[in-house]
Design a protein around this ligand. Sequence first.
Ligand code: SF4
Ligand code: FES
Length: 361
Amino acid sequence: MTDLRPIGLLAELTHRCPLGCPYCSNPLDLVRAGQELDTKTWTRVFAEAAELGALHVHLSGGEPLVRKDIAELVNAAHLAGLYTNLITSAVGLTAQSLTELRAAGLEHVQISIQGVDTARADAVAHHKGAAKAKREAAKLVVEEGLALTVNAVIHRGNIADVAAIIDLAEGWGAGRLEVAHVQYHGWAIANRASLMPAREDFLAAAKIVEDARKRLEGTLVIDHVIPDYYAERPKACMGGWGRQVIVVAPDGRALPCHAAATLPGLAFDNVREKPLGEIWTNSEAFQKFRGTEWMPKPCQGCERAEIDWGGCRCQAFALTGNPATTDPVCALSPDHQKMREMATADAASTNGTYRFRRIGG
Ligand code: SF4
Ligand code: FES
């Protein structure tokens, strides 16, 4: 049982996507189209999320625009009283579809970009024409009067362009820019040796971001997600396990985070079979790492235990094989040094090839 209430729902409407970004945090085992929830079930899930206290929904994927019922889904979320945010590659977003989505109740659009150089950005997206489509879509979003966030995932291949990425987001008229270093889950961990930047390059980019934050205060809000492998303390992943966010995967599994299905020994309830509120409150998976009781030393009793909630369970598992250990990002973790050495070795790797994300592996 819990008195906690989620703030947001991350609705992974589909894993289908026209792009193949090698840093995608979706699982390697992507959900097929035939397993996706239908419109009626999502409509019920939105209503249940709102009833549970959620304020906003992130309509995500994969690429949510590939759902033929996307306008209906936006409308259902809007009618449930949720603030609607479309997280999109923007490939396939047209003036007509945007007008329809806005009429359905869409309030915010987040467009991901791969970089500023068209050819290099298209190569990372594994989709010719993606960069152009994004540029055009961003213009449409601003013209429609919708709030625009630009999300730029930073890695070794584009870290030198951080200043230009900031200029681009400002030029596009975005209200917010996320400069988000790769988080190593799903496809990203499979591509870690090709994505990891050198620590000195991260520090140089971080200075550019911090300077821009001051310079652009009042014009462009810049969120900076730093690379875990070069941090000293972890982030509160998802705001803490089972505390702020519910993720619903395309096939209806309700998860405490987008990578939770990679953890061994956890059974996830499905919204096809149980109401969201019951899953949030009572399911074994949501309770497993909620709060501080599960924590090992050095988290147990640490002054940051209720700030970062021990960091990321999925990262702890990926790096140590144990999901119930301190996130190695923490300098107090016995695994921290090993993680740093992995990062240094990956950054020095000359491997420049990517394993692109695609259904079927
Ligand atoms: Fe956070 Fe645990 Fe590190 Fe303390 S020991 S800072 S709770 S990860
Ligand atoms: Fe699962 Fe961080 S991604 S807890």
